[in-house]
Design a protein around this ligand. Structure first.
Ligand code: MG
Length: 203
């Protein structure tokens, strides 16, 4: 399986990092090794002093698809969850300045913890879902999928023009504003609406 992550998909987050609004979808990949073992804490890696949390709505692809038309995108996933796109912000900044790829800052081991999968059919409108991240019981990020610049159906269609999607692939759909540093002993909890979906400790 592979993990596809959309970047710069919420305006307020784009502005907090002083990036520009993209004309086309920005995406990058994380390998399977970015998913931690179940119930494992997130260990801060040695190569960064500024690991940021980015809470994101995640969808799980349920069948193979290539050149998927937007009107059929909704048949290519039936489960959603939350994930944290952990980012070594200091390293990413250095890579951006050198115009090098982001992988070292984004795709390292355990950089994509995900929560419990739930059926998308539980939601009347996938483009109007609230999700939040709490750090040590304090709300640090909250988003609503209606604020995505590129909606889920567009993302699936666009990505499948370049990369064949397969059952089990995950798509991280971008983070809202409020990204910030994690420290050892932090407890992160993610909610979709009022339901806890994600819960782990930083070590
Ligand atoms: Mg992200």
């Amino acid at each position: 399986m592979k993990i596809i992550c959309v970047g710069r998909n919420y305006k307020k987050h784009i502005f907090e990092l002083k990036n520009s609004v993209p004309e086309e979808i920005v995406f990058f990949l994380k390998p399977e090794t970015a998913i931690p073992q179940k119930n494992q804490p997130f260990f801060i890696p040695d190569f960064s002093n500024d690991i940021h949390h980015e809470i994101e709505l995640v969808i799980r692809i349920n069948k193979t698809g290539k050149h998927i038309q937007k009107q059929f995108s909704n048949t290519y996933y039936d489960q959603i969850t939350l994930g944290v796109d952990f980012t070594a912000r200091d390293l990413q900044q250095r890579l951006k300045e050198k115009r090098e790829p982001w992988e070292k800052a984004k795709s390292f081991d355990n950089s994509a913890p995900i929560g419990r999968l739930i059926s998308k059919d539980r939601f009347l409108d996938i483009n109007n879902i609230n999700f939040t991240l709490f750090k040590n019981k304090k709300k640090v990020q909250s988003g609503n999928t209606k604020d995505m610049i590129f909606k889920i159906d567009e993302i699936i269609s666009y990505v499948s023009e370049f990369i064949t999607l397969k059952k089990g692939d995950l798509i991280f759909t971008g983070t809202p504003d409020g990204v910030g540093k994690v420290e050892k002993e932090d407890i992160l909890e993610g909610y979709i609406e009022n339901e806890k979906i994600l819960d782990f400790k930083v070590k």
